[in-house]
Ligand binder design. Structure first.
Ligand SMILES: Cc1cc2nc3c(=O)[nH]c(=O)nc-3n(C[C@H](O)[C@H](O)[C@H](O)COP(=O)(O)OP(=O)(O)OC[C@H]3O[C@@H](n4cnc5c(N)ncnc54)[C@H](O)[C@@H]3O)c2cc1C
Length: 882
């Protein structure tokens, strides 16, 4: 038989359980896997009660527990404080009811089965339910309909080399991180976070452990779980960047060293125990999320999203996906609308997944617990109910956000706040935790410091002396300067045109091509702009001499307001002294403590600062995901119909050069009585007819609730604006936005420059400048494409040239400086860890020769830098191919 109700690619946790669910529902299912079972895979085995509950609902848990140790109790220790407890049934029930409509057969049991045990049981169980399982079958093609739109089947090779095709309108990719189904349907990875742990584990016998334990000290953790064959799976994990020193030394010695560091007593026990297997592990666990459904197919388990192992939740989520997709496939049959049901699955899954994914990604940084975290943990250790809630949060039963509410944290902390405690020593000691415990004699070269550390390491300086505790950062700054990898704060000696002269903090001089200044339409050198600046200086002097609410504004400001009103299609405009002030000031002027803010994860810093200054109710959503915005608005409005919701997005995201669907975003906001504010700093003036940017391109002039922008990118000036259709909003904001009221007004010369720029932008010459800009931009993007280098996003004055590894980016930037070309690289905190990139800022007056020079030099610099970093790093830990 070649036709099936569903075909599943991948037969481990997510694939076999999906097959069992569907077969039990009476569907005719094929599962294929390239592996032949039983076969091991990288995994440290722990399954949370939520995961065990899924297996119990499926009917297979008892069989697993017959041969696998299990425990209701789980224990976590941070520093010297231990909490132990179990996941509350009511929280489990709530999570299951919310997602699946019932909480039948949930259990508080956790267990840890070796993968060659559990995967085999799950596959055999699928066969018992009626699924056809084909092992040793490698899928290498998908069969599409004639329009190449919809997946209709799979094609692959049997272990004897014979080729087979199978057909179904429901193809499920349960094929792990490197999913072939995702690849062949062009489903890309989103929300990539490179920050992950390095993990190494083995099995030890000869000691008796009754329950799973996790312990953390400083930046190092151990996890030990009793598993099959009388063995204890014993693992260590720490910050990814410690992996190099771990593997450079003796692996076995370092393994024991790490355990002893975390807990000397346990270290002694493991050292004396019998090691049953070679140590294996990985440091390749960058997390991502994929869109989990398309026409004729869906993704489950690691294929749909992957995250670091540090919270041991991948299998639990694989079992969740199996039940969820089966429910939706069944509904697809009942309603005869399978594609819609697959989409619903993807949406529900995403809402259930993404916040926890963020939590895991943060946990995977393996920063030492802060003093307040230690205090929280001590409080939890004395409060059984809350300790159970914490464990439930850690294992993704209680949503992360529901545990870390202000109210809940107060409830936990208040009983212990009056106790005399001394965390001063802990705060001081925390410094020592930053030292890599595997580094011989603690020696770290300047190059190691320069290449390996990022702003993450210094973001939360610890210690009572505020002036002293930034010394570590200064050491890093100096190391990077000495190694010529500090890309920041260069000083100009000339006009910042397409050629410029400058020097950096280490006195390295550049006198050459400049792709690092922001003057997208080259207004800074326009004769009319220069003239306007001189005239304003002569007439009004250099200084605005006061707040705009006193007499700081010149008559030019009113003209500028009118010009911006015309360009945005809005009725009222107010001018701020800087773009930063416009973002921060608009939010803090309008939003109050009880209101809610829903904002794009990639929104600009001034918007974040404004949001957190205005209210604690800030919800971040994945970049440009309208579904997530809708989900959040629905969630907020369910609980709160009385207060405001302020939604923040951008016309053009400057790190990725991407634009959201502004119309759809505004419509969603209106559905929930929320207010949209769009920051158009990077597209306004430089793109669209008459410089209206993407609000013009998308036919949304005059129709977005609030538009704010900056003059610093295309208008050759400082200053920013807020545009609204409401006179009340404008005048209220003037009074209540302290960034406006309590700041000196924009200076006359800057106003004149921005005003003159608006005139040019709306003229024929402005159209020509935008055309020139896009021509050069498209040329550069095409040239990179020819060289196989990825530029993110869509054409705009910003060209993000993707690199990834910060080390490579820093070295490549150093090479560009040596070649006398000014460029900028972006790394954390402005982009996520592991997604460093060049950001070229193109000007309308750049020439094709300059464009060609920057492309060829960047291509060479990246190649050279990759080679350099390859040499610098030695081979990875031994791993099992996943
Ligand atoms: C070091 C480490 C420790 C971990 N520890 C834990 C833990 O303690 N607890 C936990 O819950 N999770 C843990 N995880 C995560 C967990 O292993 C995964 O989330 C889980 O295995 C995902 O299951 P899956 O079925 O989606 O994918 P996988 O287990 O990756 O299975 C995918 C299957 O698809 C098959 N396949 C792939 N391509 C093809 C093809 N072209 N044709 C046919 N077949 C194909 C593969 O052979 C494989 O059998 C850990 C992961 C790592 C890396």
């Amino acid at each position: 038989m070649k036709n099936f109700d569903a075909i599943i690619v991948g037969a481990r946790c997510s694939g076999s359980t999906t097959a069992s669910h569907l077969s039990k529902m009476g569907f005719n299912v094929l599962v294929v896997d390239k592996a032949i079972f039983p076969q091991d895979t990288l995994s440290t085995h722990f399954v949370w009660p939520r995961g065990a509950s899924y297996l119990n609902r499926l009917g297979v848990l008892d069989e697993i527990l017959e041969q696998t140790p299990s425990s209701n109790e789980i224990e976590i220790t941070i520093e010297d404080t231990t909490i132990r407890g179990e996941i509350p049934l009511d929280l489990l029930a709530q999570r299951f009811t919310n997602l699946h409509g019932n909480a039948d057969r949930i259990t508080q049991t956790s267990f840890s089965a070796k993968r060659y045990v559990i995967d085999k049981i799950l596959i055999d169980y699928a066969v018992k339910q009626g699924a056809k399982v084909l092992e040793g079958f490698t899928v290498n093609e998908l069969i599409f309909d004639t329009n190449q739109q919809k997946v209709l089947g799979i094609k692959g090779k049997n272990k004897d080399g014979s080729v087979c095709e199978f057909f179904s309108k429901r193809i499920i990719g349960a094929d792990g991180v490197n999913s072939i189904v995702a690849k062949l349907t062009n489903t890309s990875k989103e929300e990539i976070r490179e920050n992950c742990t390095f993990a190494a584990y083995s099995y030890f016998s000869g000691f008796d452990l009754k329950k799973p334990i996790i312990q953390k000290k400083g930046r190092m953790s151990i996890g030990i779980v009793p598993t099959n064959d009388g063995h204890n799976m014993t693992m260590i994990y720490g910050p990814k960047k410690w992996a190099k020193a771990f593997r450079n030394g003796d692996k076995n010695e370092n393994f024991i060293k790490a355990i002893k560091y975390v807990n000397p007593e346990i270290g002694e026990i493991v050292e004396k125990a019998k090691k049953e297997k070679e140590i294996i592990g990985t440091d390749k666990m960058a997390s991502f999320i994929r869109n989990a459904a398309g026409k004729g197919y869906a993704l489950v388990g690691d294929a749909a999203s992957f995250k670091d192992q540090c919270t041991a939740s991948g299998m639990t989520h694989a079992f969740r996906d199996a039940e969820l997709i089966a429910q939706h496939i069944k509904m697809g049959f009942e309603t005869n609308d399978i594609d819609n049901q697959l989409q619903l699955y993807a949406r529900k899954r995403h809402l259930d997944t993404w916040r926890y994914q963020e939590f895991v990604s943060k946990t995977a940084e393996m920063n030492p617990a802060s003093a307040s975290e230690v205090q929280l943990f001590e409080a939890l250790s004395k409060n059984k109910e809350q300790a159970n809630r914490f464990l439930a949060m850690y294992g993704d039963t209680l949503p992360v956000r529901d545990f870390f509410t202000e109210k809940n944290i107060k409830n936990v902390l208040i009983p212990v706040l009056n106790e005399k405690r001394d965390l001063q020593n802990y705060k001081k000691d925390i410094y020592k935790y930053y030292k890599n415990i595997f580094e011989i004699n603690g020696d770290v070269s300047k190059e190691d410091i320069s290449l390996n550390r990022t702003c993450v390491d210094f973001g939360i300086p610890i210690g009572p002396n505020i002036l002293k505790r930034v010394d570590d950062y200064y050491e890093w700054y100096n190391a990077r300067n000495d190694c010529n990898t500090w890309q920041y704060a260069r000083t100009l000696k000339s006009f910042p045109g397409t050629n410029a002269s400058m020097f950096d903090a280490n006195e390295r001089h550049i006198d050459g091509i400049n792709f690092a200044s922001q003057d997208y339409l080259s207004m800074g050198s326009h004769p009319k702009v220069m003239k306007a600046a001189k005239e304003a200086l002569e007439k009004y002097g250099p200084h605005s001499a006061g707040s705009p609410m006193v007499i700081g504004n010149t008559e030019l400001v009113h003209e500028l307001e009118e010009a911006i009103a015309e360009m945005t299609g809005m009725k009222h405009v107010m001018i701020f002294p800087t773009g930063w002030a416009a973002g921060f000031g608009t939010i803090t002027g309008l939003v109050r403590e009880q209101d809610h803010i829903v904002m794009d994860r990639l929104a600009h810093s001034c918007l974040y600062q404004g949001a957190y200054a205005a209210t604690k109710n800030v919800y971040r959503h994945p970049n440009m995901s309208i579904d997530s915005v809708r989900g959040l608005l629905e969630h907020i409005r369910e609980k709160d119909q009385r207060n405001g919701i302020f939604v923040i997005s951008e016309g053009l995201f400057s790190m990725d050069s991407e634009t959201p669907d502004i119309k759809a975003l505004q419509e969603v906001c209106r559905d929930y009585d929320a207010t949209l504010m769009l920051d158009v700093a990077h597209d306004f003036g430089a793109l669209g007819e008459n410089g209206a940017g993407h609000i013009g391109n998308q036919g949304m002039k005059g129709q977005v609730d609030l538009v704010m922008g900056s003059f610093s990118k295309s208008f050759a000036s400082n200053g920013g604006f807020l545009a609204t259709n409401s006179a009340a909003v404008k005048h209220y904001s003037k009074m209540y936005s302290s960034a406006f009221m309590f700041s000196n007004a924009i200076c006359p010369m800057q106003t004149a420059v921005a005003l003159e720029a608006t005139k040019i932008m709306r003229s024929k010459e402005g159209s020509q400048l935008r055309k020139n800009l896009l021509n050069i931009v498209n040329h550069i993007r095409n040239e990179f494409h020819k060289k196989g280098i990825k530029c993110l996003g869509t054409p705009s004055a910003i060209i993000p040239v993707m690199i990834g590894d910060e080390k490579v980016a820093r070295i490549a930037h150093k090479i560009m400086t040596e070649r006398n070309i000014a460029t900028m690289i972006l790394e954390y905190p402005v982009v996520p860890i592991g997604s460093a990139r060049f950001r070229l800022q193109v000007m309308a007056s750049h020439t094709i020769e300059q464009a060609n020079a920057v492309v060829s030099n960047i291509a060479e610099a990246i190649d050279e830098a990759r080679e350099y970093v390859k040499e610098y790093e030695s081979p990875l830990l031994q791993t099992i191919d996943k």
